[in-house]
Design a protein. Structure first.
Length: 151
């Protein structure tokens, strides 16, 4: 199996983040595996398997939440107001989340910067660095959730 997460810096050498980093890597590896399986099903034109994998993708996060920018308290929120999507991939200690920025480019929305963040009990969130090829898989994962169509 190809390593999907970059080698860690001094952060990895601290015991306090060891389990959070391990959980983060596990979540990223799971998303990469789902991507590989999906691409394989597409190449084989196996529509049933594609559907099954799509279901697994949608069931992966514990929660999917959106954050908006400032707007009037009396204004109805629209897709244009969305700024971030947060996917909770693992909860408790350790916890893992994926934060994706939404970039507005008329008339479409694009996924901007994506961060994998890890945390353990009583410690702040830290970014888990990923390679460019893994970042593309994370973008693919985020695109499977049409949250902008809900507003």
């Amino acid at each position: 199996m190809t390593e999907t997460v970059e080698d860690m810096t001094i952060l990895e050498r601290t015991d306090e983040y060891a389990s959070a980093l391990s959980a983060g890597r596990g979540c990223v590896a799971h998303l990469c595996e789902l991507h590989r399986l999906y691409e394989e099903a597409v190449n084989e034109e196996d529509w049933r398997r594609q559907e099954e994998i799509q279901e697994r993708i949608l069931e992966t996060p514990y929660s999917v939440m959106v954050r908006t920018g400032w707007c009037s308290a009396y204004q109805q929120i629209t897709a244009r107001d969305l700024e971030e999507i947060k996917f909770t991939l693992a909860g408790g200690g350790p916890a893992v989340r994926l934060i994706a920025k939404i970039e507005q480019s008329h008339p479409y929305f694009e996924i901007g910067e994506i961060e994998v963040q890890v945390q353990d009990w009583f410690l702040p969130w830290r970014v888990l660095p990923v390679r460019n090829d893994t970042a593309k898989i994370l973008e693919w994962f985020v695109q499977q959730f049409p949250v902008t169509e809900c507003y």
